[in-house]
Design a protein around this ligand. Structure first.
Ligand code: ATP
Ligand code: MG
Length: 460
């Protein structure tokens, strides 16, 4: 049996589908990878361009216009949206948003890239507004899968909202890029073994399901020139094990036949998400011990066989998640090449998650953006660390004090999941005695109390 490896994909070769098309490039300073001087000795930086829903412009035309606009822009490159010049009516009419991505990979949180150091890789896309289509299973009214055309409006911004220890998201992107490159180049799987099955495992609420969806969305954007049609199929494992077991075998066959049909079109890139795979394992175990109908083992086996069949198709990536963090020695997981542990957020991640929540409350006007006549400034974690290192005790009272409270709150949240963190601002607001209070400092003080209450309610 093959031994799944923990994710650690760093040495991605240069060129081909992976870097030219995706901007997913080797980490600087990784021992055996080439230096980060890519095309023409420049850093490849991805620039994502989202078209307006109403736009009918050709992707190629927009790409050219953005490239030209960027050439004229003698500014720095940092992650985030950039303004579209009002004088460029073509872009103003057609483009919703232009976003610089992944620069932090090169320079960390501290430095910036200057325009002459950068070769932008422009990816133009239009979000699908269709929403999921579901397949309802006859009588039971349980859908056995949901399906989205990617990139989907529903997942817009999800990737950016997920905050992890540095590198996790990039490593996943690079892994997928390498897997697709190997396939594209026809590497013989008997000589070099790899597959396109990813398992994210970790405690509840750490964003595994969201990360799978966000990864599929991101890849659909980065690979859009090679694969103009991308689809995400979310298999509902629970409904496959509904009480209509006798139907389940048929459901699996029907589902995978559908996936197989999509895969046959070589311009399609298909992501299959099988969430909470441990439910399959549990069903199998129960069947073996005789406490479940033997149908269930047939269903699991059918699923595994179908997955093995799919593995040979070059344009499929199978994404799986599991809550079981200890060794998972089930046949299912054994098939995954890449296992990435997704743990509770670190202090920096907790700070950034809470900061993004607060920024949203400021934007929505629930919190006041000025305090004692000063504009409220929420420093980034790296910015705050710098300030704290250089601040003297005399001038420590300042307009960025609010960030210090935020750090205190983030420290108090140790052990809470990302899901709990994102709920905190709401619980805090509900706990305010004066619900019309817009003062960010008071809000953060209340938040710190709310955190200790939340923590005391976590079951041991
Ligand atoms: N690291 C994180 N950064 C930002 N948000 C996070 C993070 N982890 C979790 N969240 C938030 O928590 C919510 C729940 O995440 P999700 O359902 O993907 O977790 P999960 O790991 O699949 O949970 P479960 O194991 O219970 O299925 C998401 O909407 C996301 O906003
Ligand atoms: Mg989940």
């Amino acid at each position: 049996m093959s031994v799944p490896m923990e994710i650690s994909v760093q040495n991605v070769t240069n060129g081909g589908i992976s870097h030219d098309q995706t901007g997913i490039v080797p980490e600087p300073g990784v021992a055996s990878s080439p230096a980060p001087t890519m095309a023409e000795d420049k850093f490849l930086v991805s620039v994502e361009v989202s078209l307006k829903p109403s736009s009918t412009a050709r992707i190629e035309d927009v790409k050219l216009a953005v490239e030209r606009m960027l050439e004229k822009r003698s500014l720095s490159y940092v992650d985030g949206p950039i303004d579209i010049p009002l004088s460029d009516t073509f872009l103003v009419d057609n483009v919703q948003r232009i976003c610089i991505c992944d620069t932090e990979e090169w320079v960390g949180n501290h430095d910036i890239l200057l325009f002459w150091q950068v070769k932008p890789l422009v990816h133009v896309f239009q979000l699908s507004e269709e929403g999921p289509s579901e397949d309802l299973d006859g009588d039971s009214q349980l859908s056995s899968f949901s399906e989205w055309a990617l990139p989907a409006k529903e997942f817009d911004g999800m990737w950016e909202s997920l905050i992890y220890e540095s590198g996790l998201k990039q490593r996943l992107l690079r892994y997928a890029a390498s897997a697709l490159l190997f396939t594209e180049k026809g590497v013989d799987p008997f000589l070099v073994s790899w597959n396109r099955i990813i398992l994210l495992h970790g405690p509840p609420g750490t964003g595994k399901t969201s990360l799978c969806k966000a990864l599929a969305q991101k890849l659909s954007i980065r690979f859009s020139s090679r694969y103009p049609h991308c689809q995400l199929v979310e298999v509902n494992a629970h409904s496959l094990f509904s009480k209509w077991f006798s139907e389940s075998g048929k459901l699996v066959a029907k589902l995978f036949q559908k996936i197989q049909d999509m895969v046959e079109e070589e311009n399609n890139l298909i992501f299959v998400l099988i969430d909470e795979v441990e439910s399959l394992a549990a069903a199998r175990k129960a069947a073996l011990s005789g406490s479940e109908p033997s149908d269930s083992i047939r269903v699991v086996n059918a699923l595994l066989t179908q997955m093995d069949k799919l593995k040979s198709s070059p344009n499929v990536i199978i994404l799986t998640t599991s809550n079981i963090t200890a060794a998972i020695d089930i046949a299912f997981v054994d098939r995954a090449d890449i296992k990435a542990y997704v743990g509770p957020p670190t202090l920096q991640a907790r700070y950034e998650i809470l900061r993004s929540c607060l920024q949203e409350l400021l934007r929505a006007g629930i919190l006041s953006s000025s305090q004692d006549g000063d504009h409220v400034i929420l420093l980034s974690y790296a910015g705050l660390k710098d300030k704290l290192a250089s601040a003297t005790t005399e001038n420590s009272q300042s307009h960025w004090d609010i960030s210090k409270y935020l750090l205190e709150a983030a420290e108090a949240c140790e052990g809470l999941s990302g899901r709990s963190l994102r709920k905190l601002p709401f619980l805090t607001h509900a706990a305010l005695v004066d619900s019309k209070c817009h003062d960010p400092t008071k809000f953060l003080r209340t938040m710190i109390n709310t955190i200790s209450r939340e923590r005391s309610e976590i079951p041991e």
